[in-house]
Design a protein around this ligand. Structure first.
Ligand code: ATP
Ligand code: MG
Length: 392
């Protein structure tokens, strides 16, 4: 029996005039992400993407469905049999096709959806006939329309009739790159990978920038951040990874700035370097994993001082979340175990004993005027290594 995967669009379906453009982006993302599972034809009709494996060739449906669950822009996914658009064919084949899904079930219901209005039977009649067929084949089953173990769907669409035993939820959100591109400041911690995931979910393609300070930070700390980026790629697609040498800047800050302002000044320097890298690539927004009041550098005053160092939009999707919620997402997306590996971050090098929790912008500007940091920014930008990360 011929099978197909139906991926229903989520929010895109509500997008009016721009819908087609969003659908094109989603189809392109799906094509790319499914390229290793076998040959497919892909098309979009009635807010549904049809993933149609080439006839006569093996197709890894399980692998493809698993990959689709992580692609933003999809509301639900079903693997369905493609049948002819007549009741004889549907009634002849429905039981064989759904039998594995009924294993262990005691109750079921049938739902029919007729988007092709030329089909001679109405939805309730289709459901009744298919239900009758299932009851006559599987005597142990009963109908339960309120709380069935299995819901059998019959969809009469333009191209054919599709039968399946229910859908699984997709990742929701908007297709990656449909909202443009942003650069995430990626440490090796728990928060920034979650922040990256959340903004990819709103349709942003990602670049990541990491600041490293050898010999204070090790090669393994850098590998950890690259691994985190790799773990995000099933959701985000390819990530362009920028690694910035930051030792010279940190040593200069240590030498010239008041100890209690060190962290916020370092944060401002990170913003300046990230801005240069982002602007060179036409990227208009930065993302950080900051959450209000989590640490001294994440108070309102400190965030204001950080923002003042860049003209770009700074997105902080975790700003209103507490650590427990962030950790829950981090476990769900599979970055948690890597994030808690105990390698040092450049932020923990030279950490002040008593960081200022209410820094004043004027005090920071005064401290920054004491040394010529421009050439240090230039050298950090020039020394940056770039590579593409496609997967773990
Ligand atoms: P995380 O768990 O993401 O490291 P955190 O709670 O440890 O966050 P901080 O260390 O204060 O917080 O960092 C705040 C944010 O600054 C991070 O979420 C990240 O966006 C950015 N950041 C910190 N260190 C680095 C780094 N070495 N490279 C790039 N960005 C960094
Ligand atoms: Mg950190």
């Amino acid at each position: 029996m011929k099978e197909i995967i139906l991926a229903k669009n989520g929010e895109i379906a509500l997008k009016g005039l721009n819908r087609r453009r969003f659908e094109e982006v989603l189809m392109r993302n799906i094509k790319w992400r499914l390229k290793d599972f076998g040959k497919i034809k892909i098309s979009c009709m009635q807010s549904t993407i049809y993933i149609d494996p080439e006839d006569g060739e093996f197709y890894d449906f399980d692998g493809a469905v698993e990959a689709l669950r992580k692609i933003f822009g999809i509301a639900s996914i079903s693997r369905a049999a493609v049948l002819e658009k007549n009741m004889d064919d549907i009634l002849a084949k429905v039981c064989d096709y759904i039998e594995p899904a009924l294993f262990g079930a005691k109750t079921f219901k049938v739902e029919a959806k007729r988007s092709d209005k030329h089909f001679p039977l109405k939805s309730p009649e289709i459901a009744a006939q298919v239900g009758g067929q299932i009851l006559s084949r599987f005597h142990r089953l009963k109908v339960d329309v309120h709380n069935p173990d299995v819901t059998v769907m019959v969809e009469i669409r333009d191209k054919g009739a599709y039968v399946h035993a229910g859908s699984i939820p997709g990742a929701g959100g908007m297709p990656v790159s449909s909202s443009g591109e942003a650069m995430v400041l990626m440490s090796g911690g728990i928060d920034s990978p979650v922040a990256a995931y959340m903004m990819a979910k709103r349709g942003l393609m990602l670049s990541a920038v990491h600041f490293q300070s050898p010999p204070y930070t090790s090669e393994r700390a850098l590998e950890k951040v690259e691994t985190l980026c790799g773990q995000l790629t099933p959701y985000t697609g390819r990530i362009q990874f920028y690694c910035v040498p930051f030792t010279e800047m940190q040593e200069a800050l240590k030498a010239h700035c008041p100890e209690e302002l060190f962290t916020v000044m370092m944060r401002r320097m990170m913003m300046r370097v990230a801005t240069r890298l982002a602007e060179a690539k036409g990227i208009e927004a930065l993302i950080t994993g900051e959450s209000l009041a989590q640490v001294a550098s994440q108070t309102l005053e400190a965030l204001h001082c950080t923002d003042s160092a860049t003209p770009l939009v700074v997105l902080r999707p975790l700003i209103g979340m507490d650590k427990g919620e962030i950790i829950r997402i981090s476990r769900e997306i599979g970055t948690f175990e890597t994030s808690i590996l105990p390698y040092e971050d450049c932020c923990t090098v030279f950490t002040p004993r008593h960081p200022a929790t209410h820094p004043k912008l004027s005090a920071l500007e005064k401290a920054e005027a004491r040394f010529d940091y421009g050439p240090l920014i230039d050298r950090a930008v020039e020394g940056t290594a770039v590579k593409s990360i496609y997967g773990v």
